[in-house]
Design a protein around this ligand. Structure first.
Ligand SMILES: O=C(O)[C@@H](CO)OP(=O)(O)O
Length: 248
């Protein structure tokens, strides 16, 4: 049996401001930093430790990992940064307030943009300075690999190869791993792991900074999964994430 840990980053400045974030590289709030440390405490209490970490190339996930590993006295751990674990690209919505967008376009439309499996938000213009073409962290990617928007299906199409190419082989080789990533890149991974349908994935929301343990069998199929920490607080946090896209 293998045990892996998935964790969404702690609260970011744009989580606090309720803005669509996607590939915008915003930092953690103080609360987000504290959540990362608290996650480290919970992991220690659960008797978990790691040999290898995976994260995205966005600082909210990286800094969360740092806070957690620091608390666990594991800052020496090898870390693989992979753009394929980045948050789902939110297209032209990036930077907009979610509740204001719902007031303008309606809760239903925003729900489709946030959670539908295969309808992407409106695309960024390729000439928009918010496009990531010139960002050095994506220099190795072809222009057609740098998204201008993504639906969850598009995110699945890059997260699963990251799992197959690097994460799954590491687990099979016996490495105990933690993945610090994002709400929607983790939804993509969990959809695959748990075999969740395109329709049911709409209802899955991931709270900030809470370690999610997956116990996997020899074929890397989940035996069970559970969040560490205060279950009522986690349920409330998931509910709050679901409601972020509603007009006030
Ligand atoms: O804005 C985003 O990038 C994501 C995660 O914060 O938001 P949502 O939960 O609305 O998909």
């Amino acid at each position: 049996m293998y045990k892996i840990v998935l964790m969404r980053h702690g609260e970011s400045t744009w989580n606090l401001a309720n803005r669509f974030t996607g590939w915008v590289d915003v930092d953690l709030t103080e609360k987000g930093v504290a959540e990362a440390v608290e996650a480290g405490k919970l992991l220690k209490e659960a008797g978990l430790t790691f040999d290898l970490a995976f994260t995205s190339v966005l600082k909210r996930a990286i800094r969360t990992l740092w806070g957690t590993l620091d608390e666990m006295d594991l800052m020496w751990l090898p870390v693989q940064h992979d753009w394929r674990l980045n948050e789902r690209h939110y297209g032209a919505l990036q930077g907009l307030n979610k509740a204001e967008t719902a007031a303008q376009y309606g809760d239903e439309q925003v729900m489709v943009w946030r959670r539908s499996y295969d309808t992407p938000p409106p695309e960024l213009d390729a000439a928009d300075p918010r496009a990531s073409y010139d960002d050095p962290r994506y220099a190795a990617l072809g222009r057609n690999q740098v998204p201008l928007t993504e639906c969850l299906k598009d995110t699945v199409a890059r997260v699963i190869p990251a799992w197959d190419d690097t994460i799954a082989p590491a687990i099979r080789s016996g490495k105990r791993i933690i993945i610090s990533a994002h709400g929607n890149s983790l939804r993509a991974l969990i959809k695959m792991l748990d075999g969740i349908s395109d329709a049911d994935i709409v209802g899955l929301n991931i709270p900030n900074g809470q370690p999610l343990v997956y116990e996997l069998d020899a074929d890397l199929k989940p035996i069970k999964s559970y969040y560490l920490g205060d279950q009522a607080a986690i349920a409330a946090a998931m509910h709050a994430v679901a409601n972020q896209g509603k007009a006030k």
